[in-house]
Design a protein around this ligand. Structure first.
Ligand code: ZN
Length: 341
């Protein structure tokens, strides 16, 4: 039998990881129509899930009998934590004993167990069926979506993964060519976020969401400190202006607003866009509602409405910020009958 080249050993490892992820979707009976709640999957499988601040470490996995434990870096943004969690869960499903993962093990390693776990991570969070469904929901042609880096950033937000992870997996699914994939991977997410928001986000790792009329009525799942830009067309000279009716104060704080005339400062008074900026301050669920009306006329039906549900994701370990995952701690306390910590 001819010796396998390193390349084919690498490809085989990738295929093993991918197949294990697809088998796991089937085994768990997951609906591939919404972002995969990897933390819930891990907790349901009775694996211990912890987070704590760590310098260079993304995460770690250690098997213990039929169970095991997963540790994540509490200082990473939720999207990165989710991807790392999927990678560590991959180590568990693929039968590996233990792994300590820094950036190198996650993204550059040629070690076969790391290649397997990384392929698992991408496929588990971004299977083709879910990617296609998401592209369709967002109004793209799923066969030939012609995605820009900005589009990919938005798809990544929908799927709850980092921009970089989305570029890799969209390339694997042939939604973008290898050439574009390599080119897009070099663009820094901060540059995209700055472009999206017009300014750098206050917290550089926070995500920036754009809500415009095409998103009306949808539900969004940002993380703490993420920025929400609502951009709505307005023509002030008609007397109709956008007002915040319900600011989703349960989860958001209002930061500010501005009007950007179409074609720049010269054309003030003509049509343009009203930008509202909010920031996510707590975990929870709230309704964001804006109406376009003539402010001096009371009791008149608004001309247009914009509504969205904001369902922000709590931090993995709750308020304490590190330790056992919030829901496992709650479950544990309930089991031992403790009334308070
Ligand atoms: Zn690993």
């Amino acid at each position: 039998m001819p010796a396998l080249s390193p390349r084919s050993a690498y490809e085989r490892a990738r295929l093993r990881g991918t197949k294990a992820a697809l088998d796991e979707h089937n085994r768990l009976g997951l609906q591939l129509r919404e972002r995969i709640d990897i933390f819930e999957v891990i907790e349901d499988q009775r694996l211990w899930l912890f987070s704590q601040p760590m310098r260079d470490l993304y995460g770690a996995y250690k098997r213990s009998g039929t169970s095991g434990g997963i540790l994540l870096n509490s200082q990473h943004p939720a999207t990165t934590q989710r991807f790392t969690a999927s990678h560590e869960y991959g180590h568990h499903i693929l039968g590996h004993e233990a792994s300590v993962d820094e950036e190198e093990q996650m993204f550059q390693s040629q070690k076969l167990i790391e290649v397997e776990a990384q392929a698992f991570a991408g496929e588990f969070l971004m299977p083709l069926q879910l990617v296609n469904y998401t592209l369709r929901t967002m109004g793209f042609d799923r066969q030939n979506p012609q995605l820009s880096p900005l589009d990919i950033y938005k798809v990544a937000l929908e799927l709850g993964v980092s921009y970089r992870a989305a570029v890799t997996q969209l390339t694997n699914h042939k939604k973008i060519s290898r050439l574009l994939g390599r080119r897009f991977a070099k663009i820094s997410p901060l540059k995209i976020k700055t472009f999206v928001g017009g300014v750098k986000p206050e917290f550089s790792w926070a995500d920036v969401w754009i809500l415009d009329p095409t998103q009306e009525g949808r539900e969004f799942s940002p993380s703490l400190r993420d920025e929400i830009h609502v951009e709505l067309p307005e023509t002030p000279s008609t007397g109709y202006v956008w007002e915040i009716v319900d600011p989703a104060a349960e989860v958001l704080t209002y930061v500010g607003e501005s009007f950007e005339p179409q074609g720049g400062e010269e054309s003030i008074g003509s049509s343009g866009e009203r930008h509202f900026l909010f920031r996510v301050i707590t975990a929870g669920r709230g309704q964001l509602r804006l109406e376009m009306r003539r402010p001096w006329l009371e009791d008149v039906q608004p001309r247009v409405r914009f509504e969205a549900t904001i369902s922000s994701v709590p931090r993995l370990s709750g308020e304490s910020g590190s330790g056992l995952s919030h829901s496992q701690r709650e479950a544990l306390l309930e089991e031992v009958g403790a009334t308070q910590l």
